[in-house]
Design a binder for this molecule. Structure first.
Ligand SMILES: [Zn+2]
Length: 154
């Protein structure tokens, strides 16, 4: 369980987003749209996931949803109020809804998604207590997505 004696060293957001980007790259390598997610609780990674919609033939197998499920199982709680979720691409409406139900403490987003992102909806979808940070390693995430879709086209 949690080590209370050890003073947690606070890692920068870029550190965890870098790990999420690695998971997104893994997704691309197996033919999935490259999106990766990491859940951090008290400076410790408790869940890692990547998009698996092709592999599982399941449109709900988004990186965020799988990360939420894994984190909740790990904590034995359906709420993620003390957690930060790092995701390389802005969550869709479905995932934003799930993050609302999980009462996520903090959301850190890489690239924005003007086409499918939740923020194109006028009504706020995230939980009012969820703190938000955007644009962390956005260019790296965008480049990964662009490379993936370019390869599909050629
Ligand atoms: Zn989603």
């Amino acid at each position: 369980m949690m080590d209370h004696d050890q003073q947690p060293t606070t890692m920068p957001d870029e550190y965890f987003m870098e790990i999420a980007l690695g998971l997104a790259e893994e997704a691309a390598e197996s033919g999935e749209i490259p999106v990766g997610a990491v859940v951090v609780c008290r400076n410790r990674i408790i869940a890692k996931s990547r998009n698996q919609t092709e592999q599982l033939t399941d449109v709900t197998a988004h990186a965020e949803l799988m990360a939420i499920t894994a984190a909740e199982h790990y904590l034995g709680s359906k709420y993620l109020t003390d957690c930060t979720l790092y995701v390389t691409l802005e969550p869709c409406v479905m995932c934003a809804g799930a993050l609302f139900w999980a009462q996520l403490g903090r959301l850190v987003i890489g690239a924005s998604d003007p086409k499918r992102g939740y923020s194109r909806i006028q009504t706020p979808l995230l939980h009012p207590k969820t703190r938000l940070e955007t644009g962390i390693l956005a260019e790296e995430s965008q480049a990964l997505l662009a490379k993936f879709f370019n390869r599909l086209r050629t």
